[in-house]
Design a protein around this ligand. Structure first.
Ligand SMILES: NC(=O)c1ccc[n+]([C@@H]2O[C@H](COP(=O)([O-])OP(=O)(O)OC[C@H]3O[C@@H](n4cnc5c(N)ncnc54)[C@H](OP(=O)(O)O)[C@@H]3O)[C@@H](O)[C@H]2O)c1
Length: 245
């Protein structure tokens, strides 16, 4: 059975990605750092649907924690075949005057450091087996250039470069590396967003509606499926055409 890890899968898009991968037959490691109840709910939903999943609590930004977490997953489920870099920390907008180098480091830690730690934990095994699928979750904010959000936008932009460089370096080993860039997909943390803000966003979406977390899950599951076998180094916007212009 193929084994997948989804970082930050206790809620939001990560939980939908975990469910989509499990529905496609992957055994899924549901990673989280704080919300044990949320992770257990995701695991229970996958099990109830006939899939295989287990929760793994570790901080994806901590090198020793990633090493330990990956070792536990391999011991429980077997060698990892698919890594999905999805976890993110707080990224509230603020003016340049209120941004610091630490604001940038906080985002780079999730968007560059964590994906690097995860990749390093599997890459020797993937090279030896001449297979592996890495999918990171970027954002359309890179194309839009959301103001007051440079630390987040810059870190998400870095993910495009990582994806392209890693894809070229690892392509000869049949290891594929891709990036899925969602639009604004309402999840639990958007409960306080006003109707006006939703309307303002929707008017710029070609399909004039919001996507749902399962839309992102489906794209990731496709990239991890045989259909994705010859796709690498690419960025896929899943945003109803918001970034067409
Ligand atoms: N939703 C959107 O509209 C949207 C749009 C574009 C891009 N994205 C991207 O999609 C991804 C998911 O976004 P989301 O909206 O679903 O986020 P979210 O609801 O805030 O969920 C973040 C997840 O990351 C986990 N997490 C936080 N710190 C962690 C750590 N140190 N180690 C491991 N896990 C950690 C959280 O779990 P715990 O609380 O249990 O730690 C949670 O499961 C992110 O990369 C985000 O940038 C989202």
């Amino acid at each position: 059975m193929s084994v997948a890890i989804v970082t930050g899968a206790s809620r939001g898009l990560g939980s939908a990605i975990a469910k989509a991968l499990a529905a496609d037959g992957h055994a899924v490691a549901v990673n989280y750092a704080h919300d044990q109840t949320g992770a257990e709910k995701v695991v229970a939903a996958i099990s109830a649907a006939g899939g295989t999943a287990r929760p793994y609590r570790f901080d994806v930004t901590d090198e020793a924690a990633v090493e330990g977490g990956v070792a536990a997953i391999v011991s429980d489920l077997g060698p990892i075949d698919v890594v999905v870099n999805n976890a993110i920390g707080p990224h509230d907008p603020r003016s340049i005057e209120d941004q610091t180098w630490q604001s940038h480091l906080d985002q780079l830690t999730f968007c560059v450091k964590a994906p690097l730690l995860l990749l390093k934990s599997v890459v020797a095994d993937w090279k030896a087996r001449r297979s592996g699928c890495l999918v990171s979750i970027g954002s359309e904010v890179v194309d839009i250039g959301n103001p007051r959000s440079a630390p987040y936008v810059g870190a998400k932009a870095a993910m495009i470069g990582l994806t392209r460089s890693w894809a070229r370096e690892l392509g000869p080993f049949d290891i594929r590396v891709n990036l899925v860039s969602p639009g604004f997909i309402p999840v639990e943390r958007h409960a306080e967003v006003t109707e006006e803000a939703f309307d303002a966003y929707r008017k710029d979406v070609a399909m004039n509606r919001f996507g749902v977390p399962a839309d992102i899950g489906a794209m990731v599951a496709f990239l991890a499926s045989p259909g994705g076998n010859f796709i690498t180094g690419q960025t896929f916007a899943v945003n109803g055409g918001r970034t067409l212009a």
